[in-house]
Ligand binder design. Structure first.
Ligand code: NI
Length: 165
């Protein structure tokens, strides 16, 4: 068990694309375990591997609601609702910054478990939002990229300060 170092906005690794996981071994299990530990330590509800400097398609989420704890390896959204909703988001890699993001309200996701088995799940509400936010990280996308121009402008200084810290 280990608490991993969370990469902060301005770190190049957060803008890189990730590779598929092909080896499902003890090392992957340990990494996933450590990602959960790290997420809980910092009171997050989701964490993606690039946030701990690892460029692989690995996401952990736990909204703390029953049955809303998942490991998603190589996740893919196979369906999304036309209905969207908006909610204020934050990110462990962008501390102190929040902004309203529109996203599809419901999704279906295919992924693999930590042991490589196929998994398909339907999610809506906070879980769907959290999964989409974390999956964005796998493509180097951050929630601030989705903000309205006006909102991003008001956050510009806070982001600049994070990036040079
Ligand atoms: Ni995030």
């Amino acid at each position: 068990m280990a608490i991993l170092t969370i990469r902060i906005y301005g770190d190049e690794v957060l803008r890189k694309k990730t590779k598929y996981v092909k080896t499902f071994d003890k090392k992957l299990e340990k990494l996933v375990h450590d990602m959960f530990e790290t997420m809980y330590e910092y009171h997050g509800i989701g964490l993606a591997a690039p946030q701990v400097g690892i460029l692989r398609k690995i996401v952990v989420v736990d909204t703390l609601e029953p049955d809303e704890k998942y490991v998603l390896i190589n996740p893919k959204i196979v369906w999304q609702s036309e209905e969207r909703d908006v909610l204020k988001e934050g990110c462990l890699s962008i501390p102190g910054v929040e902004g309203e993001v529109f996203r599809p309200e419901s999704i279906r996701v295919k992924a693999q478990t930590v042991t490589g088995e196929e998994l398909e799940l339907a999610a809506s509400g906070l879980l769907a939002r959290c999964i989409q936010h974390e999956m964005d990280h796998l493509n180097g996308i951050l929630f601030i990229d989705h903000l309205r121009e006006s909102e991003r402008a008001t956050l510009a200084r806070a982001l600049q300060e994070l990036a040079v810290a």
